[in-house]
Design a protein around this ligand. Sequence first.
Ligand code: GLN
Length: 253
Amino acid sequence: MRLVVLYLYPAGMNIYGDRGNVIALARRAEWRGIAVEVREAGVGEPADFAAADIAFIGGGQDREQVAVSRDLQTAKGRDLVRAVEEGLVVLSICGGYQLLGHYFRTGEGTTLPGIGVFDAYTVAGNRRFIGDVLAETEVMGDRRTLAGFENHSGRTYLGPGCRALGRVLVGCGNNGEDGGEGAVSRNAFGCYLHGSLLPKNPAFADHLLRLALARRTGQPVTLELLADDEERAAHEAVVARIRQRGRLRSGAI
Ligand code: GLN
């Protein structure tokens, strides 16, 4: 068995260690004997979504998002939309997440069009949302917390065509108003969590792998359990830091 992970815009969209998500997906598959090929497609480069099992796009500065937004308004963006409709597994973080919505309006008032994978739009606010985030979500019926770090000016508002990935326990999340964090549409996921996300949230990483493997094999997949001592410790370190700062209500997790 072999999986293809397609890393979109690795040069510009890779802040706060977002590349670690690609590494975590590859390692967690390889530790189960599943070979992984990581392909990259930058601005102006073709992307073969039909051959991909998981596509990833990380976060970036407004400046980098300009070129990516433009690049996505080509056949490449249309191909990505079609691939998502066909079940491609996608993980997008922060700036990448914003451009998979309808648009991101920057603090300077420039509107960067997205591709509408998520029924969502993003508008920059006056204050950046910076800090640790804990969000609760459901992974295969189990309640899990996702731990990460946010740093964004954008406020993302979801429409009825997608749902939030989780609810923030600590942090600002999508917009600091409605308690939502991230978005889900089919097998496409977006969220604001850098840090990177998947190494310290292994259950979510495995969820993405399971979705991709099930799509490739046409049947449900059970993944061999991994020890995950370091992964859990990394997750707990974020929770401990948040507790220490008194930001977590007792009993919240
Ligand atoms: N430039 C976007 C914003 O500030 C995204 C930032 C990011 O990806 N960290 O909202």
